[in-house]
Write a protein of this length. Structure first.
Length: 278
């Protein structure tokens, strides 16, 4: 059992989400930076999809009622244990994690995984729909599952921050914008708004001007969709985005670049570059 003494600004339990249920109105959710959660689990010999803790801006304190192997990945936080290698936390000891040096989200994996009760096949907290466990707070108790496999990795050196240049496939509704809108999207940087969250990264920058007026019937949305509300300021959908939306989507960020989006802080800048669909 792990007791949360302090959860930092925002912390949740996340695995790889609830795929395949969007037609029922259920978002996928799951870790915003899925490769980092997968890495933390691999370091412990866990299956990649086991649940861990997703910290936003770090600053967490966790008390281990029993000894456990732990690994950290994602945004590198100040801690005595370090990043990218399995380490042992003894029974009754506290793990303290500071603010990340760069990035936004840090993943704490435990050998055996966080074993809260699954909802619709996943242990992920969905901040939009409310499915899954509540966000963590002081006093939350997290059960740990039975370990599987063996620890066979000594060290996976944590990478530095990737350049915030996001590859975009145009459409499906780029025809709702003036002809040079895509060029304008890529012409200059956008900054990340403080109103961003797990649902989407709101951006501030050049306005994307519509060529069509009126309403667009709601249609399916995917993670990475760049939806443009009437303000003309784009929003990049993240893990907790709604299954459908009524604003036009000018393009979709490539899946390989979504971890970069997930690690951007308010005030960070990003750029888009168009990659035509094949």
């Amino acid at each position: 059992m792990i007791e949360v003494l302090a959860a930092g600004p925002y912390a949740t339990v996340q695995d790889l989400g609830r795929p395949g249920l969007a037609h029922l109105g259920v978002p996928r959710s799951g870790a915003a930076d899925a490769p980092s959660l997968r890495l933390a689990n691999r370091l412990l010999g866990n299956p990649e999809g086991l649940a861990g803790i997703e910290l936003t801006f770090g600053m967490a304190r966790l008390l281990f009622h029993d000894g456990a192997w732990v690994a950290l990945a994602g945004a590198p936080v100040d801690s005595a244990a370090g990043m990218g290698a399995p380490f042992w936390v003894a029974k009754g000891r506290e793990l303290r994690l500071g603010m990340p040096e760069w990035g936004l989200r840090t993943y704490v994996a435990v050998r055996g995984g966080i074993a809260v009760e699954p909802v619709l096949g996943s242990r992920s907290t969905d901040s939009l729909s409310g499915l899954g466990p509540e966000p963590l707070r002081a006093g939350t108790l997290l059960p740990v599952g039975r370990p599987e496999g063996v620890i066979s990795v000594d060290l996976a050196p944590p990478p530095g921050p990737r350049p915030a240049v996001l590859r975009v496939t145009p459409g499906p509704r780029d025809d709702w914008f003036v002809p040079d809108a895509l060029a304008g999207l890529c012409a200059r940087p956008y900054s990340v708004s403080q109103d961003s969250n797990r649902v989407g990264v709101r951006l501030s920058g050049a306005e994307l001007v519509r060529a069509k007026e009126g309403e667009l019937p709601s249609e399916g949305m995917v993670t990475g969709a760049i939806q443009v509300p009437p303000s003309g300021q784009p929003i990049v959908f993240l893990a907790d985005h709604p299954p459908t939306g009524g604003y036009p989507v000018i393009g979709v960020v490539r899946e390989a670049d979504l971890p970069v989006v997930a690690q951007l802080r308010p005030g960070d800048e990003l750029r888009f570059t168009v990659r035509p669909a094949r």
